[in-house]
Design a protein around this ligand. Sequence first.
Ligand code: F6P
Length: 479
Amino acid sequence: NRTLSDVLGRRELVMVSNRLPVDRVTAPDGSVSWRTSPGGLVTAVEPIVKELGCLWVGWAGIADAEIEPFSLESMQLAPVTLSADEIEEYYEGFSNGTLWPLYHDVIAQPEYHREWWETYRAVNRRFAERVAESAGEGAIVWVHDYQLQLVPEMIREMRPDLTIAFFLHIPFPPGSLFAQLPWRKPIVRGMLGADVVGFQRVQDAVNFRMAAERYLGAPALGNALRAADGRQVLAQEFPISIDAAAFEELGRLPRVRQRAREIRDELGDPETVMLGVDRLDYTKGIRHRLKAFEEMLADGDVSARDAVLVQVASPSRERVGAYQQLRDDVEVTVGRINGSYGAIGATPVVYLHQGYGREEMAALYLAADVLLVTPLRDGMNLVAKEYIAVRSDERGVLVLSEFAGAADELRDALLVNPHDIEGLKSTILRAVHMPAAEQERRMRALRSVITHYDVARWAEQFLGAVGTAAELRDAATEG
Ligand code: F6P
């Protein structure tokens, strides 16, 4: 197996994402600390940056903070400053009020505001400038996600010597939806500034290549596109994964196993523990999951004495209206379910609006007989992969939405359409009653997928393609 350093050879790598892997938090007494930031991007990218010890450019999660570059373990972190207005217009506005809902099948209504777009452009330029001044001659720059889609083209203009890679962690929408975006052309042009553009699923790559043909007249040649300046741009799927060995190791730690037993005990030792783990986001299908569970309680398919649903919903984008509405809906529903079907000593839904560290998560995964991953649309969903990695005991059942990118690979999960509440209920019941032998067979098959294709393989394949692009460019320059 090649290491990542073998793949990169002598080339330097610079990572760029909206968020750094840690957020700066200030306690009420004024003391400052760093906390792991939320989301799948950090789960996947952090082990790569730690292994390579490379530079990571991103925002530290707070307004107006001028923070000098610093190191954290082997990572070199370079914070980009955002003002309170920029957070409102670039992050909460254009990124999470326009692009996020548009790219997730308009589950919520996207808003199109010209001021948000202008700020998105200005902030993308700041990130590009920061990279242009930090990257060494001939480096590879790897730009991540929908918040920074204009950065590849901007960097190319500033530093033509760099090789540029872009990876979209969320879906790229079908043409009928992308067409709504007033700035569809500059967005596609921005991404085409990269040498390699990576997506989670085949369908995302297909959607992008069609958008590039339609809006820029860029002809597709298999998985590649020809940009206006004649460059070939590879636009292909590279499904993301996790550090499976690290999660498996966590799940084997005696203190984590002990904690899993404690969790079941503290839940009242029910027959079945079901678990949901999500950022509190309307794409995650939490409302659909709760509806199915409520009906199952009402129908007597499960009772509060023998089944508990633990829902971890980590706080996310709390100043965006659709997220506030979702929180209200979820909290009202949880209250209603517990009020109607609970009893003293039996709470059907344990709702935790908090984030947890990796060890506690691993213990929760071990404690859960069934994991419910029911998004209405999701780029990949790494929670599903974490659950599988932790379950070296080959027990537990994964209920997985067809609309998560992970469903393309994890065919031995119980696949569901979360919009179909009847189907969701019967699948959850099937999971609850699945015989041990079938659990083992399915879990073994799922584990072989993620142990073979872990985050190191993902990075190796993606950076392998980027390295080839860099060599071709070098050859062309020398020629
Ligand atoms: O890929 C989805 C994503 O936006 C990532 O960029 C990020 O890691 C995660 O979701 C968390 O979102 P936010 O940074 O808005 O809290």
